[in-house]
Write a protein that binds this ligand. Structure first.
Ligand SMILES: Nc1ncnc2c1ncn2[C@@H]1O[C@H](COP(=O)(O)OP(=O)(O)O)[C@@H](O)[C@H]1O
Ligand SMILES: [Mg+2]
Length: 367
């Protein structure tokens, strides 16, 4: 292409991008990690506030397990409370995402802001108690993603037994996470369970209105209501899909609201696939491959596939809890089915083989 042409092309492309983006005042509002100044405060948040206020006054912790589907606002709520409490009351929060820092060792090192190499695990624990001596809230986000290898989940044992009496908050998709812990950890941690139910269409609508107010030049309330209804009906009320749909509508990503919604859901599922660990990806792939979808058959297939890929397969127990996880993030559905007069679970994947393969080929490329 001659130089002149490319200049003309750049100019045209810029004009088009500007036209498409002209409805947006502030793109950061559409970032999935964005913490709004005024989040919708759900009823359950008051209980959490009460726990922290009492802990601040008495120093007696009450550990919490906050469970809820993906996109139900767990991470956002704790980040928002951290900001408010550390500012107003001087109660410090230390948080770590256990999917990213997936062993007790890495999680502690992350909160201490040190490199994990060069320390033993017990040295890290000692340092933790020295450096974080006062009352502090410790948040372990996506705690169910601590590695299977870290089978005793030492960090939970350490935090719950520490003389420093930290107030521990666990965030998880799985309300039964505590059942996976060994007896001694469970009995010293004893978290109160708080479940974030799925947002209603009305709540989704309110959240979208606030995003639109801050992030857009103008918005059509009927469209916000349409998006909210689609998201409440067809996802686990995943706010991330709602926010992405709104962005696509405003930037004319597709011609109708319904198409923008489909596209948003597809893209968010794609992000989620990218973030799955290798084993969960293989579980999902085996589910897609198995024509029956019966859990036991999928497990057999999964073991075979893992071996071909040079991965150690999960035990049946971990395989099963991974299915529950994949369900909670909206990648599959478990449906009870009657076979030979007994009930068994059948897996319905909610992503296509093509989507999974795209991630797998990138990841399991031969050396
Ligand atoms: N109550 C709320 N008010 C405003 N935005 C929210 C609210 N709950 C969730 N969101 C937004 O939805 C997205 C997903 O929330 P997040 O806290 O990451 O969910 P979870 O941790 O439960 O998966 C984020 O962009 C967040 O800002
Ligand atoms: Mg989260």
């Amino acid at each position: 292409m001659p130089e002149d042409d490319i200049e003309v092309y750049i100019q045209k492309s810029r004009e088009q991008a500007e036209r498409l983006n002209s409805g947006v005042k502030d793109f950061t509002v559409f970032d999935l990690n964005h913490i709004p100044d005024k989040p919708l405060i759900r009823e359950e948040v008051k209980k959490i506030v009460d726990v922290f206020v009492r802990y601040h006054q008495t120093g007696i912790p009450r550990n919490l397990l906050i469970a809820g589907a993906r996109g139900s606002g767990k991470t956002l709520t704790l980040k928002y409370l951290a900001k408010t409490f550390s500012g107003k009351l001087g109660l410090p929060f230390h948080a770590v995402n256990c999917r990213v820092h997936n062993t007790s060792f890495k999680a502690l090192a992350h909160m201490l802001k040190v490199r994990p190499r060069g320390y033993s695990y017990s040295e890290l624990c000692t340092r933790f108690e020295e450096q974080i001596p006062d009352k502090a809230v410790i948040v372990l986000d996506e705690v169910d993603m601590l590695s299977e290898k870290d089978f005793r989940k030492d960090i939970l044992y350490f935090l719950s037994r520490s003389v420093r009496r930290f107030n521990v908050v666990l965030l998880s998709n799985n309300p039964k996470f505590v059942n996976t812990l060994d007896e001694s950890t469970r009995s010293s941690l004893q978290p109160d369970l708080l479940v974030f139910r799925n947002y209603s269409a009305v709540e989704i609508h309110e959240i979208l209105q606030e995003r639109a107010r801050v992030g857009l030049h103008s918005s059509d309330d009927a469209i916000l209501a349409e998006i909210s209804a689609l998201v409440a009906r067809n996802t686990n009320s995943d706010i991330r899909v709602a926010i992405r749909t709104l962005l696509y509508v405003v930037t004319h990503e597709a011609s109708s609201v319904a198409e923008c919604f489909d596209q948003a859901r597809h893209d968010i599922m794609g992000d989620m696939l990218q973030n799955l660990n290798d084993k969960a990806l293989l579980v999902l792939r085996s589910a897609v491959d198995d024509p029956t979808g019966f859990v036991k058959q999928v497990y057999t297939r999964y073991c075979q596939l893992s071996r071909t890929m040079g991965e150690d397969p999960y035990s049946y127990y971990y395989f099963y809890s991974n299915l529950a996880f994949l369900q909670s993030v909206g990648l599959l559905m478990l449906v009870s089915a009657k076979v030979d007069r007994a009930y068994t679970n059948r897996i319905h994947p909610l992503v296509s083989k093509e989507q999974i393969d795209a991630v797998m080929t990138a990841r399991f490329r031969p050396e």
